[in-house]
Ligand binder design. Structure first.
Ligand SMILES: NC(=O)C1=CN([C@@H]2O[C@H](COP(=O)(O)OP(=O)(O)OC[C@H]3O[C@@H](n4cnc5c(N)ncnc54)[C@H](O)[C@@H]3O)[C@@H](O)[C@H]2O)C=CC1
Ligand SMILES: O=C(O)[C@@H]1CCC=N1
Length: 270
């Protein structure tokens, strides 16, 4: 039997996932989508050939439901879905903060729930998706979730107690790198480079550094030491980063993101 997968609330993350799944060989005819606005549903059908349905239809028809609405919209979506979701459906949440218990309390007893935190590099099949089982999710449900999210990048299983930390690290992680690139490009302007050239230099340096981090097997400290010549340029920059507390700022920033993820657990906090 064909496995139908529905993405409910198909915004940025939902569409990235769909696109990756189709690229990995899923048939668009087996992918159902829901959207709040009819124009958005039409756009998704035109772009990907997927099948727009209502939330209730998705709940009745699909074997796997992937919920990708904002955490603050999850309670309303679940109120709408709960009467229609049979207990043998796999429900995957892609929302920040919301624990699997939130879904289990609102859906039929025994419904398997898996929580996933992915990130926007899903758009280029380089996502990091972190996966945790709820009370009733089996090894098979986790494997199916890995198959879906494996279409857009890497996956890692973690205990649900680590999800808020992972959200701070990899869920929000791309934003920190974009922020760094933005700030370093400004520095290039200060040093007299045209913006487009500064941007290209930084982006290629970021790609090179990311590949070395992933492929060299070296610790980041060693990689940084290799750049840092005695009495050279880099150590002067590093001293300024330390003087300005950048390491402490990053630690505090990620702690704040983790705390916000915890706050979102109720599914109502604006
Ligand atoms: N943007 C990011 O970097 C990441 C986001 N997430 C999580 O993914 C989820 C989605 O985030 P985005 O894609 O950025 O948001 P988004 O706002 O682009 O997409 C959410 C979509 O859900 C739709 N929606 C809301 N209520 C609905 C309903 N009842 N029925 C049908 N559609 C409904 C909205 O119209 C919107 O198109 C969030 O829970 C977020 O925490 C996870 C990892 C990374
Ligand atoms: O900022 C957010 O809440 C979402 C979750 C992780 C990345 N973006």
């Amino acid at each position: 039997m064909t496995q139908k997968v529905a993405v409910l609330g198909t915004g940025k993350i939902g569409e990235a996932l769909l696109s990756g799944m189709i690229g990995a060989g899923w048939s668009p005819a087996d992918l159902l989508v829901t959207a709040r606005r009819p124009e958005r549903a039409d756009e998704l059908r035109a772009r990907h050939g997927v099948v727009p349905v209502t939330n209730a239809e998705a709940a009745k028809t699909a074997d796997t439901l992937i919920l990708t609405v904002k955490p603050q919209d999850m309670g309303t979506l679940l109120d709408e879905l709960a009467p229609h979701v049979p207990a043998d459906r796999l429900v995957i949440s892609g929302a920040a903060g919301i624990p699997t218990a939130f879904f289990e309390e609102r859906l039929a007893p025994g419904t398997p729930v898996v929580r996933v935190m992915t990130n926007t590099p899903a758009l280029v099949d380089e996502a990091m998706s972190v996966i945790s089982a709820g009370t009733h999710a089996t090894a098979e449900h986790l494997a199916h979730t890995e198959e879906i999210f494996g279409a857009v990048g890497k996956t890692l299983r973690v205990p649900e107690s680590q999800q808020d930390a992972c959200t701070a690290l990899s869920g929000s992680g791309p934003a920190y790198f974009f922020y760094l690139v933005e700030a370093m490009t400004d520095a290039g302007i200060l040093l007299g480079l045209p913006r487009d050239k500064a941007h290209d230099l930084i982006v290629q340096s970021a790609i090179g550094a990311a590949k070395m981090l992933r492929d060299s097997g070296e610790h980041p400290v060693k990689l940084r030491e290799n750049v840092t010549s005695p009495a050279g340029t880099t150590i002067n920059a590093i001293r300024e980063l330390e003087n300005h507390g950048v390491r402490a700022a990053l630690i505090a920033a990620l702690e704040a993101a983790r705390d916000r993820s915890r706050e979102l657990a109720s599914g109502t906090k604006d």
